[in-house]
Every structure is written in C-alpha cells, then in structure tokens.
Design a protein around this ligand. Structure first.
Ligand code: AP5
Length: 216
C-alpha cells in the first residue's frame, strides 16, 4: 500500500489533532499541522511581509487566521518532505484550497461534524502537555494526576486561544472561511463526512473504515 495522503477537516475542537495522532501512528504517515507549526513560530518576525500584525502569535491569540503567504510556505515545505501525510489545519479558506491543489493530490478527505456548543465545551476544557503535546480534557479525558501528563510527566497548560472569547471568534472565522472549503470538497470521491460527536474510539473506528475503503 502506498503511503496515503489524507486531509482532515473540521471546526476548532472537532478532534482533528486527537484523530490525526491515531492516523499518523496507524498508517505510518507524517502529521502535518499548521497549528503546531505556527505555535512553534509564534514570535517569528513577519513584518517584511506587509501584514497587519508583526508576528503569527498576534493573529492566533485573537483567533484570527494567520496570513496565507506565511501558512502556504509552511505547508508546501512540509508536504514536499513527507512520504504520506495527514494534513490538519489547512486549507482554511478557498485560496489555500487552490494552493493545495497545486501542491499534491489527496486520497482521503475526512470532515468531522460537531455542534457549536459541544465545541465550546471541548476547547475551554482542553489541557495540553507543554512537553509532548498530548491532549487532555478536564472532564472528558482527565489525566490521572491533576495538571500532570500521563505520558511524560510534563505540565498541562491551557492554550492562549482556548479562552471563551477567542474560541467563539475561531468558530465564527471557521463558519465564514472554512465551511466553503468543506462545500468545495463535498462532491469529491475522496470525501467522507464523519460524526465527530461520538466517543473518540467510535470516531476512530469510522475514520479507519473510511481510510481502508479508499486506500489500497
Ligand atoms: P489549530 O491549532 O489548527 O487549532 P484549531 O483548528 O482551532 O483546532 P484545535 O487544535 O483547537 O482543535 P482540534 O480539532 O485539533 O481538536 P482536539 O483534537 O485538540 O490553529 C490555531 C490557530 O493557528 C488558528 O486559530 C489560526 O490563528 C492559526 N492557523 C492554523 N492553521 C492556519 C491556516 N491554515 N491558515 C491561517 N491560520 C492558521 O480536541 C479538542 C478537545 O476535545 C480536546 O480536549 C480533546 O481531548 C477533546 N476531544 C476530542 N475528541 C473528542 C470526542 N470525540 N469526544 C469528547 N471530547 C473530545
């Protein structure tokens, strides 16, 4: 089986990061995530790119999109080095979708559906390991010891953009910019909608079945 090229779409908090980790492990592909790449470069000086703010972090903390030229360059570089991938967090608008079409073909396009109020609960309760990036939720998947990562013992922190105001803005930005991307892919043979409100294990079972049905 050739290493699959998988795109995972869905609103903030739909479980893209959670399920991308499963996909990367099960299929031996690279997890290419613009969110993590940008968080690793929050203070990068982009003032020479004629942008509204001088760093990616200023856009992210407000829940707004980082300018396309910054993100397109990150994805192009990452995909050119990957032998199979799960792409998470891109494309987030139709211009980015057009850029992606010039970069690669896709074998599977997954779209996770979750209602808005569930998304707010998931994101405001999320905690992330500062060291290894593992994801927890204070109610839905708490760590064994409060504030400590089960996997590596690192500190669990709340992301700067997981406060309620920023979360609601991220969901508005998604409705305006990224819903049209989902509509754009809906008629593609590789597209499959997944019910993201099930338990993480049930979501994973549906994703695995969808990938196996589309990749030989
Ligand atoms: P990014 O990091 O991509 O954030 P996001 O899209 O808002 O997605 P999240 O990581 O918040 O959610 P997720 O779907 O991965 O959910 P998770 O698995 O963690 O982007 C951050 C920012 O970077 C953007 O706002 C923007 O500024 C910038 N950016 C990124 N890409 C860009 C681009 N292409 N262009 C421009 N700007 C860009 O799950 C969430 C929580 O729910 C967790 O606590 C988890 O434990 C829990 N959970 C997961 N699944 C379930 C389940 N089935 N049931 C119950 N709980 C669950």
């Amino acid at each position: 089986m050739a290493a699959p090229r998988i795109l995972i779409l869905g609103p903030p908090g739909a479980g893209k990061g959670t399920q991308s980790s499963n996909i990367a492990e099960a299929y031996g592909v690279e997890h290419v995530t613009t969110g993590d790449a940008l968080r690793g470069n929050k203070e990068m000086d982009i003032s020479d790119m004629d942008t509204e703010y001088d760093t990616p972090g200023a856009y992210m903390d407000a829940g707004d999109l980082v300018p396309d030229k910054v993100v397109n360059a990150i994805v192009d570089e990452a995909l050119s080095q990957a032998d199979g991938f799960v792409l998470d967090g891109y494309p987030r608008n139709l211009d980015q979708a057009e850029e992606l079409e010039d970069m690669t073909d896709l074998d599977v396009i997954l779209s996770l559906d979750v209602s808005r109020e569930e998304l707010v609960d998931r994101l405001t309760g999320r905690r992330v390991c500062d060291d290894c990036g593992a994801n927890y939720h204070v109610e839905f998947s708490p760590p064994e010891e409060d504030g400590v990562c089960d996997d590596c013992g690192g500190d669990l922190i709340q992301r700067d953009d997981d406060n309620e105001e920023s979360v609601r803005n991220r969901l508005d930005v998604f409705d305006e910019n990224t819903q049209p991307v989902i509509a754009h892919y809906e008629d593609d043979d590789a597209f499959v909608a997944i019910d993201g409100e099930q338990t993480p294990d049930e979501v994973w079972a549906d994703i695995e079945a969808a990938i196996d049905a589309r990749v030989e």
